[in-house]
Ligand binder design. Sequence first.
Ligand code: FAD
Ligand code: UDP
Length: 386
Amino acid sequence: MYDSIVIGAGIAGSTAARQLAEKGNRKVLVIEKRDHIGGNCYDRLDEYGILVHEYGPHIFHTDMEDVFSYLSRFTEWNLYENGHQVVADVNGKLIPVPFNLNTLHMVYDKDLADTLEKKLLDCYGKGSRVAIMELRKNPDLQIQAIAQYVYENVFLKYTMKQWGQTPEEISPEVTGRVPVLVSYDNRYFQDKYQGVPLYGFTAMFERMLDHENITVLTGTDAAGLLEFKDTNAEIWFKGRKFEGSVIYTGELDQLYGLKYGRLPYRSLRFDFEHLDQEDFQNGHSVVNYTVSEDFTRITEFQYLTGQKDASGTTIVREYPFAYSGAEGEIPYYAIMNPENETLYQKYKKLAEHYPNLHLLGRLAEYRYYNIDAMTKKALELAETLL
Ligand code: FAD
Ligand code: UDP
């Protein structure tokens, strides 16, 4: 029998399972409803032999030494020498995103750009990171003009596509992820470590879950094996009360049959295309379409993964839409706002009745976590359980 059950084999579940199994010598059952491990980080070779990220481009980036060294036990890395760089297609012209001093000099003529640069430096200081919604509040008219340019050409349309709402309507935390940089830094992230596992994410997950104390069941919905008995807050597994810890990384509303209504999410459709040509984006791994098109961005995988041995190139376009819960749809992004948070808290209260249930992950916690933050959170949870 098992000491612990982990529901979901994404980075949250896999990290927690490994720690419980290895450090705590617990027998752990990991239940995953998809037919593969890795959650949204999953990658695979497509029919042309090109390594693609099935659920959108994933770049590991972190400043946390402990997280980096922990995951480095399971993989070597292809660390990007110049960081992960993204450009936005603004009416056919490619500009660096986040908007930074290089971008400033590309969109304004030299004299004006010099003046504006000085103003930004005087006002915010060299190297600072200013959220677009903050920049817009600056009383200086020239800084306001930059903010307006960035708002209109980088954020407005992209955010409308991604969230179905304007930047004002969504949580400032979300647009704050891509601040204006008062530096000549074209990197999308400012973290010390950025890159991808050398042999892919899936290979890294395979090694994480490869432990004598771990059993993985893929293609299995936990709903079919576990019963949550609300009246006495007991979790039953295969017809018996289960007393060990249960870590749940799925959608919280699903645990309770959507009792209070559905937690809202945004979903994505990924349209993959293989092209019989060497290059599609002139070396750019990701191009954001910030003023045109229905898709948000195009990723060209060979430049994300560094793969050199395939012929042709594979790209993916991302089309956001509102998650409806229909068969096959995946909830990717929690829509963080006060109303949804209240609904989430109602479900969380129910979960708190169960002494051995632990919520972990982007879905179960209804939060916007990157891979590194998720790993850290899972390591911490495992620590408290041991
Ligand atoms: P998931 O990866 O979603 O794993 C949860 C797992 O639980 C899933 O496999 C699901 O099938 C399973 N599950 C749910 N319910 C059940 C059930 N009832 N029974 C059995 N199994 C169940 N982060 C970065 O750091 N860098 C990036 O570049 C980046 N890019 C991203 C791009 C996109 C398009 C998206 C959507 C996210 C991106 N992220 C990125 C975030 C990253 O995907 C998450 O931080 C990470 O996947 C969260 O891991 P998780 O384990 O919480 O969730
Ligand atoms: N964003 C934008 N234009 C861009 C990049 C980002 O408007 O070119 C906004 C958009 O609202 C997006 C948010 O900033 O959802 C956060 O972007 P990030 O790249 O962090 O999102 P991720 O793809 O990692 O979820």
